[in-house]
Ligand binder design. Structure first.
Ligand SMILES: [Zn+2]
Length: 299
């Protein structure tokens, strides 16, 4: 029965693509800095409007290993948006409206264990939300501009990341001789300030692995749109200087991220190449909305 439902879902998606397949399209989304697409030969910049307002920036469409990819600079191309001002809902909606069904989300994080020093690549399998003031659902009962009203929907989120996407990311890193940490917990704080030493000790004491500012609500909003989402975290610092240092600085984060982008880019590209075709998705994300009446039409 589940297989039959899956097949219908795929038929529906294919019909969808056919009807709206005239404008620029992409099957895979990458939410990350401009460093990821700036070396692609052929990039098309397009603007996308959404019922939730404007995304962080234009979307940049390119091709990797024969796959069509939409890149979106999470903080805007000039890095003018702090984590709590990012329009996460518009970003995910815009990607889906182009046809994107699988999203990779590379981001910089602080390591919460001494062994996760700068340059560690960790592909988390769990998430803790410690943000405070962000719109984190599409299904809040607020009417959209077209008059449709989303129903209240409670989604399963026990496993916040796509298991298939995680495997592709881990395999891609190994293929480039960069042994990643396979699994771990990303705790997302509100920011924009970094953690105090007490907060950092507390996060580490809970057994959490890395700390960032953008992983939530990105992952849950992707799930709410039936998208696969895979987080790829790059450790840029030991959070709050562990016990001894001065504490993390913005300059240090940018410096370490920039130093590793040349290493991360081919891993990301290989991960893109390793993702299944849209119509062949068979994971918990692709069926997350099955049987639910959201009250709105997804793009
Ligand atoms: Zn998935």
């Amino acid at each position: 029965m589940a297989e039959i439902l899956d097949e219908r879902e795929h038929e529906h998606e294919r019909a969808d693509e056919h009807v709206r397949g005239t404008g620029p399209r992409a099957e895979i989304g990458v939410i990350g800095g401009s460093g990821f697409y700036s070396f692609l030969d052929d990039v098309t910049e397009i603007t996308v409007d959404t019922p939730y307002g404007e995304p962080s920036d234009s979307l940049f469409l390119g091709e990797i290993a024969g796959r069509s990819v939409a890149f979106l600079p999470r903080h805007g191309r000039k890095h003018h948006l702090p984590p709590h001002r990012i329009n996460y809902r518009a970003n995910l909606w815009a990607l889906r409206s182009l046809g994107v069904r699988q999203v990779l989300g590379p981001c910089a994080v602080g390591g919460l264990r001494e062994e996760y020093g700068p340059g560690t690549l960790l592909v988390p399998d769990q998430l803790v939300d410690r943000t405070k003031a962000r719109a984190q659902t599409f299904y809040d009962g607020e009417a959209l501009p077209d008059g449709s009203v989303p129903n209240v929907v409670h989604l399963t989120f026990a496993d916040p990341y796509c298991p298939v996407g995680r495997k592709a990311a881990v395999a891609a890193a190994r293929g480039r001789d960069w042994e990643p940490v396979d699994g771990g917990t990303l705790v997302v704080i509100e920011g924009p300030r970094f953690s105090t030493r007490a907060e950092s000790r507390w996060h580490a004491g809970q057994g959490w692995s890395v700390v960032g500012m953008t992983g939530h609500p990105e992952a849950v909003l992707a799930r709410e749109l039936g998208l696969c989402y895979t987080s790829m975290t790059l450790v840029t610092d030991l959070d709050a200087g562990a016990e001894t240092g001065e504490g993390v600085s913005h300059e240090e984060v940018l410096r370490v991220f920039a130093a590793n982008i040349g290493r991360l880019r081919p891993v990301l590209f290989d991960a893109v190449a390793g993702l299944p075709e849209t119509g062949a998705r068979n994971c918990l994300c692709s069926t997350a909305l099955n049987g639910l009446d959201t009250g709105i039409t997804l793009p």
